[in-house]
Ligand binder design. Structure first.
Ligand code: FES
Length: 156
């Protein structure tokens, strides 16, 4: 059964108390849910809808809009390659192809050992250092094949 622990539910209540309306706490609640459950499954989204007293469709539409919310399980390292204009002009497609080939997987796939998942995302706000990617919470910029090798080879 999907449910926050009693401690996390107390945290949730404190977050909700900061807002004039309960549904305004949707984004921080989704963050908490992703931290606790790993990704936002349909069951998790239904649970969030229930505790915020909002329709599940609203939770689903918000979770779907933001690429930082995971809708399915991913590997230990979620590689998010920016594909928007600046990165595209500076080789984002080659970066994606190089990483996928190196890991032996396609886009939106996870390695068999569950270590890496590769996805493309829209602008991550680091256009001046294109091409770039985010792995979990860290940015890696001005990517070259050599740099990519060093980054991925050093992730345990
Ligand atoms: S276009 Fe890639 S970070 Fe903005």
């Amino acid at each position: 059964m999907v449910e926050f622990s009693p401690e996390r539910f107390e945290e949730f209540k404190k977050i909700v108390a900061k807002y004039p309306q309960k549904d305004a706490a949707l984004l921080p609640t989704l963050w908490m849910a992703q931290e606790d459950f790993g990704y936002l499954s349909l069951d998790v989204m239904k649970y969030v809808a229930k505790i915020l007293d909002i329709p599940p469709s609203k939770v689903y539409s918000v979770a779907s809009f933001y690429t930082m919310f995971k809708k399915k399980p991913t590997g230990k390292y979620l590689i998010q390659i920016c594909r928007t204009l600046s990165c595209k002009l500076r080789g984002a497609e080659e970066v994606t192809e190089y990483i996928c080939n190196k890991l032996g997987i396609g886009l939106n796939e996870t390695t068999k050992d569950n270590k890496f998942t590769v996805i493309e995302v829209e602008c991550l706000g680091s256009c001046g250092t294109a091409p770039m990617m985010q792995i979990n919470n860290d940015y890696y910029e001005n990517l070259t094949k050599r740099k990519i090798d060093s980054i991925l080879d050093n992730l345990e």
